[in-house]
Design a protein around this ligand. Sequence first.
Ligand SMILES: [Zn+2]
Length: 308
Amino acid sequence: MDNITALGGDVYEIDTKMAGYSGITAGYLILGDRPCLVETGTSTSAPVVRDALASLGVGPEDLATVVVTHIHLDHAGGVGDIARFFPSAQVVVHEKGARHLADPARLMASARMVWGDRLDTLFGQMSPTESERIVALGDTGAIDLGNGRTLSSHYSPGHAKHHVGLVDSATGDLYVGDAAGVYLPETGDLRPATPPPDFDLQTALDSIALFGALGPQRLLFSHYGPVDAVQETLERSAEELRVWVDLTRQAHSEGMDLDHAVAMVRDRTKERYTALKADDPTAEHFELLSGAPSNVAGILHWLDRVSP
Ligand SMILES: [Zn+2]
């Protein structure tokens, strides 16, 4: 299938085609004795993911584990559907996200407030997962991939308070979710992802430092794909956070409203990103996944908490 890329080490990248777009949301299958899916994508992506798994030989009873880095709808919106398609799979999530997968009503209501009518076309509805199938992770945890291979989880808040990074013992791959920002393989651009309501600068920087300390061999971004230059990329992630926070802090101290702050930060950061400079069509991917309005709103929300 054209939405599957073999990455070596029995790891397959699956384009989950959020809202029909290619190349913005990745899920990953770790194929082994106990096949594990990392990130389901949205609810409307679930049939795409099921078909991709089927073409890799993973039938309804074969999937052992589904794990999500966090419960935002572009990562976990399809958990309930995937759990229904693969009735033997356990669903693994950080303990702060577990109850929302069992009962998504509040999560969906707050997403509806942010996205309005676009919610249905972008994400669809998360359906509930039976709570007895949910395994909640603490600060660390381990998923058995079979044959002595494990996927270890590391609590990494900052982008979201229920975020984990995942390290594969066989490959040294680190699934970074959104904790290191959003990477565009077409241009090599990297942007921060600092949405409301959980963003916190020091927590986010600590999580990036933790990722560095884990010594991964490769980063696997949910948006989007593998990156080999680990330390350089993590340093860039931290720098991006600082630049966006500094500019937003300046807008905040000048008393700008959200619209003016967004316009200022967008203008002053534009030169950093090839896609935006070149008016590249991939720039619209940034706007969907780490748009300036969402990033600036998240930073302002945090600033109001720490220095009202
Ligand atoms: Zn995301």
